[in-house]
Design a protein around this ligand. Structure first.
Ligand code: ATP
Ligand code: MG
Length: 357
């Protein structure tokens, strides 16, 4: 029997609620599927700990996570603590500390869910956005000078390295190759940003040439936003910089109908250290403690994690169970127009696992 060791970090707001639901569903999938089991360890890191101790996680936090097979992460953020603390000292500390350089977001419109696009267009959404997660526009390089004077300057320097571009492009090629359409869109802004973006184009051309079975398309990021709305079926796998893919993946999630459904993996494709999987939504304090948080994002996240752990059959089974519940449309949380609670949706998905093999 294989045992997958999972570090569960619920974090803030509805994070612990949806992660608890996700752990229940993972145990149920393992039981239904057979052959493997989970060992969860829960870490109560986040804003509560910060208020008590001045730290979002203990100093040796990364060390504590190192031996796990994956990290299952809820959300961070609290109204009374600035983002540069909640985000940077926990979530990004893990992403950077473990060099999880690929942020991967699958997006599709689940059956029964209404997105903002016309129905025939919405149905065409079936994308994976691969975001560079370690450098680029968010490298934190830059500065300000002459504060308050007319000559004040502020700079954010986008830092791109050849290796950094090559490794994210390679991972995007692998993701695209594993999908039926084998289509990759490389997104840059090389008509306006003439250094880093031009190097992206060059390096991506070199890497994608090593994958002759892929069809590769180049797009400018502005045109890409229009493309995703007007011709969603022409997009499959997308690779872009930290900033560009941040924006594209928010657009993708909005087009797919609800913040409560989407999932993301922060992945180290080389598997040197654990990767981290999280629903895309934030801490959502307006509904915290009410028992109505939509757990489907956490279940999709769990499915991604199963895939990463080498359990593809269980991953697909879980997604089919989620889709069976959304398609039926009778047990949904209020954000999807229903009246069900987190626990009721969780029970419905667990029940649907039986028919989903
Ligand atoms: P953060 O600051 O961490 O982004 P937030 O409070 O802005 O957190 P978001 O997750 O960005 O919360 O979500 C915005 C709103 O969408 C929430 O206030 C909530 O009403 C709704 N929402 C988000 N996730 C869910 C969910 N899983 N289930 C139900 N509603 C959700
Ligand atoms: Mg938010």
């Amino acid at each position: 029997m294989r045992t997958h060791r999972i570090a569960a970090i619920g974090g803030d707001g509805i994070g612990p609620e949806v992660i608890a639901a996700g752990c229940r569903v993972l145990d149920a999938v393992a039981q239904a599927q057979g052959g493997f089991a989970f060992a969860f360890e829960t870490f109560d890191w986040g804003s509560e700990m910060y208020r008590r101790t001045g730290k979002m996680m203990p100093d040796d936090g990364l060390k504590a996570l190192e031996g796990f097979d994956a990290i299952f992460f809820g959300a961070v953020g609290a109204p009374d603590i600035p983002d540069h603390i909640t985000l940077w000292e926990l979530r990004l500390a893990i992403c950077q500390g473990f060099d999880q350089y690929a942020n991967v977001r699958p997006t599709k419109l689940l059956p029964g869910v209404r997105g903002p696009l016309r129905e025939d267009l919405g149905k065409q959404i079936d994308w994976v956005i691969v975001r560079e997660n370690s450098e680029g526009e968010y490298a934190g390089v830059g500065g300000r000078a002459h504060r308050g004077l007319p000559i004040e300057v502020a700079m954010d320097v986008a830092v791109f390295t050849r290796d950094g571009v090559a490794r994210i492009c390679r991972h995007a090629c692998e993701v695209a190759m594993a999908r039926p359409r084998r289509h990759l869109t490389v997104v840059t802004k090389s008509n306006a940003q003439r250094h880093g973006m031009v190097m992206w184009d060059e390096v991506c051309a070199e890497i994608t040439a090593q994958y002759p079975a892929l069809t590769v398309e180049k797009m400018l990021v502005d045109a890409m936003t229009a493309r995703m709305v007007m011709k969603p079926g022409s997009v499959d796998t997308v690779v872009a910089t930290n900033l560009h893919a941040d924006i594209l993946s928010d657009l993708a999630s909005a087009l797919a109908g609800s913040l409560g459904i989407g999932a993301t993996g922060n992945i180290d494709p080389q598997r040197r250290r654990p990767s981290m999987f999280e629903p895309i939504h934030g801490s959502a304090f307006d509904i915290t403690g009410k028992g109505i948080a939509n757990p489907l994002g956490s279940f999709w996240t769990a499915s991604m994690m199963l895939e990463h752990l080498g359990e593809p059959a269980a991953a697909q089974r879980l997604m089919r169970a989620v889709e069976a519940v959304t398609a039926r449309g009778t047990v949904l949380t209020p954000d999807l127009g229903g009246t069900a609670t987190t626990v009721e949706v969780t029970n419905a998905v667990i029940a649907a696992l039986e028919g989903a093999n």
